[in-house]
Write a protein that binds this ligand. Structure first.
Ligand code: PLP
Length: 401
């Protein structure tokens, strides 16, 4: 008898289960629209050429070693990453109101921020958008937040943002509630607030003394432009708010398995950052002690070299453009088929995902035709290629009729 005899299986993690179904399928027409990772026109993962260049350079640099990094991470990485997010001329940088902490991807940045907010600040209420990335709730619960609430976000009628509902729910949130906002390219809906709407949201957060925690996992992926996609983060940083931003390099550098992220902390009072930093380092120490080197060094190598940086921007544009092209091709194919309903949201939505509005039953039909996607109807545009988009459109059309 094992001590584990009473352990029951946990429910499967849907995205990873989809990938397994896809991998196991022998259907030559199979399509994986579940995975949140970039794929080329050939349906393959892409090592960005500039990443490869940086890796070769690192491999040949005999001054590098595998010593532990500082608890807070690689100093040059933290600075370069924060400048990328906020723009190097941002006033909060000039006024020393920013600290940052290297973390295990965007997930680790969220988890670290949550640990600090729970253990040091004693915050206990967190609001996430309805719907949101499926891990937000779990990450905050694991950090000890016992009160996870939803604010309205998606309007299924208009297939757009329920801005009124969102503002109402935020306005009713208690003081010091942590508000998770997707800094750019909302996952799963692909719908972001407009600049005017962001301003209204910031005003509510300020007035109601809510704690804003931006999750910025897709900078560059929405518009193809890093500055444009950093707009909301930069705007919030400008508002004289205390603020956290979780930054991920998984998508825009294609460094998914290198767990490369950064938690940016902005304090209205720069003097308090010393204490914040010391407390944050304790939280890091008890979770992962110190962060991994490889991804952070790649990012730093690219961001600090102007030729590499330009090259990287070009490669982000390739990814963003391919996604836009796939949105257009999917829409064109659905229109050509005369698929009932309005599908314009597919090209209005931005970033890696589209919230199609397909029902669970329709999703089941697609899965029976070897097209794998989340039961919520979210599809990853990266799973589409010029070769499979016609088949996907045709199958969506069949599912709808
Ligand atoms: N936040 C959002 C909204 C995401 O979509 C993701 C990844 O899918 C993450 C955070 C986590 O990214 P990472 O893989 O860097 O932990």
């Amino acid at each position: 008898d094992s001590v584990f005899k009473n352990v029951d299986s946990a429910p499967p993690i849907q995205v990873f289960q989809l990938t397994k179904l896809f991998t196991d399928s022998t259907d030559p027409k199979k399509v994986n629209l579940g995975v949140g990772a970039y794929r080329t026109e050939e349906g393959k993962p892409w090592v960005l050429p500039v990443v490869h260049t940086a890796e070769l350079q690192m491999a040949n640099d005999l001054t590098l070693n595998h010593e532990y990094l500082p608890v807070a991470g690689l100093p040059d990485f933290r600075i370069a990453a924060t400048q990328l997010l906020l723009g190097s001329n941002h006033t909060v940088i000039a006024e020393n109101k920013v600290e940052s902490f290297q973390a295990l991807g965007g997930t680790g940045a969220l988890r670290l921020g949550a640990a600090f907010l729970k253990n040091v600040m004693n915050f206990n209420v967190v609001y996430v958008s309805d719907p949101t990335w499926e891990n937000h709730k779990g990450v905050f619960q694991a950090a000890g937040f016992s009160d996870v609430r939803l604010y309205r976000y998606w309007d299924s009628e208009s297939r757009g943002l329920n801005f009124r509902g969102m503002c109402e729910d935020l306005s009713n949130a208690p003081e010091n509630a942590v508000i998770i906002l997707h800094g750019v390219a909302h996952n799963p809906t692909g719908i972001d607030p407009t600049k005017e709407q962001w301003e209204a949201i910031a005003n509510i957060c300020k007035e109601k003394k809510l704690f804003v925690f931006l999750d910025c996992a897709y900078q560059g992926f929405a518009s193809g432009n890093l500055d444009e996609d950093g707009w909301a983060s930069r705007y919030f940083a400008d508002q004289d708010l205390d603020l956290f931003v979780a930054q991920s390099f998984s998508k825009n550098f294609g460094l998914y398995n290198e767990r490369t992220g950064n938690l940016v902390v902005i304090s209205r009072d720069p003097k308090k950052l010393t204490e914040v930093r010391s407390q944050m380092e304790i939280q890091i120490r008890i979770m992962w002690s110190n962060p991994p080197n490889h991804g952070a060094r790649i990012v730093t190598t690219v961001l600090k070299n102007s030729a590499y940086f330009e090259e990287w921007k070009g490669q982000i544009l390739i990814m963003a453009d391919r996604i836009k092209k796939m949105r257009q091709e999917l829409l064109d194919n659905l229109k050509k088929l005369g698929t009932p309903g309005n599908w314009d949201h597919i090209t209005k939505q931005i970033g890696m995902f589209s919230y199609t509005g397909l029902t669970e039953k329709q999703v089941e039909y697609l899965k029976s035709k070897s097209i794998y996607l989340l039961s919520s109807g979210r599809i990853s545009m990266c799973g589409l290629t010029s070769k499979n988009v016609e088949y996907v459109a045709k199958t969506i059309d069949e599912a709808i009729r």
